[in-house]
Design a protein around this ligand. Sequence first.
Ligand code: FUL
Length: 456
Amino acid sequence: MNRRDFVLSGAAALAGGALTHRLPGRSGAASRPVPSPAQLTWQRDELAMFCHFGVNTFTDREWGDGREDPAIFDPAHLDPRQWARAARAAGFRAMILTAKHHDGFCLWPTATTRHSVASSPWRGGHGDVVREFVHACRAEGLRPGLYLSPWDRNNPAYGDSPKYNDLYCDQLTELLTRYGPIAEVWFDGANGEGPNGRKQVYDWPRFWGLVRRLQPGAVMFSDAGPDVRWCGNERGVAGDPNWSTVDPAVVAVPGQSGPLVTPELQHGDPNGAVWRPAEADVSIRPGWFYHPAENGRVRTVESLMDLYFSSVGRNSKLLLNVPPTRDGLLHDTDVARLADFRRARDAAFERDLAKGARAEWTVTRWGSAQLDLALDRPGTAAVVRLEEPTREGQAVARYTMYGSDGGDWQVLSRGTTIGYAKLDRFAPSRVRRARLVIEAAVALPRQIAIRLYGGT
Ligand code: FUL
């Protein structure tokens, strides 16, 4: 029996999406979850910078206890434009600020509490870090995001659940109505005790509904999404496999734990009913906030490249924290490291041997598929980048990538899921022809785009 139902040839077959095709008699793929436009845009950023900044920056702590005196907040040279320039130069497309961390200190002049920049000496109490941050993002073409910690160790209303939920919604309303479009609202599930020793019961459906109403174009991040999920660790390592679909019942609200939760966050679920891709957050330094003692412990460029491969290269997005100093600037070492990271990526992905290659895409109705490439310019490949057209969902569950220099096929890499992007590194290999074999899929695989990076 001929299992090959459909063959596409020509260089154009490489242009993912340009030659989408549907096999007769199979409609299951159409009913699978697909990303919203906001989720697609979020993932295409690939790289976002996280900025942990606040009273902890001045106390040298990671978690404030809420009793910090606002008088300590006085960055002499605060310049979010410098953060944004460094981010943009390094190829980042979004930036997220801790508008409020667990200590409850608000980086904008809020009407909800006196525990804010308005009570600090910075800019004579007339400053607004959030405003300067959002302006800097816009000026540098970055999409702004805000983190508003639900845990608040300062606010006396915390633990008085209806009252604090009202206050938290007021804070969200200020942040989401004063500063124009916000691309991502970042929630964690932190839920410790407040100043009165009481715990808070958060009203997540209300918070999410409010964000959706005020900023319909924003994505919301948390363990439980609803748009973007945590990858399950703070090491910047997405799962392998990593499905962008999840079962929403397994992680229903932020802050849940249990034996099923971490695997679901890491790997997603091939049969999950909702599209909720993973974001991998990690810091360029050991801590999230700036600590002078960590100036010699900024990640190396090799470590940053490893993070890129374990996040963007595993169908995730990298949210890399680069904490501003007490001066309100990114440290020179961090800025230099970001620039090195950009140079290393530019060098690794400079030459695509598969560009212009003649391609033949074969797919069976049983979910196996094959892409054959005859390279225009044979060369030595060391990295392959695979992309599914995720606008139509995610299908591939297992694949092998082969290369040949004219003789037998050699295995270059094997993998599980592809999704938005999959990057595999392998020992440099001479390649004239390449073959991707999709061995398992949960829906009909769509045209895969391949880039083969290497040199002559
Ligand atoms: C966690 C917080 O407890 C850490 O301090 C940090 O902000 C990290 C990104 O999220 O939930």
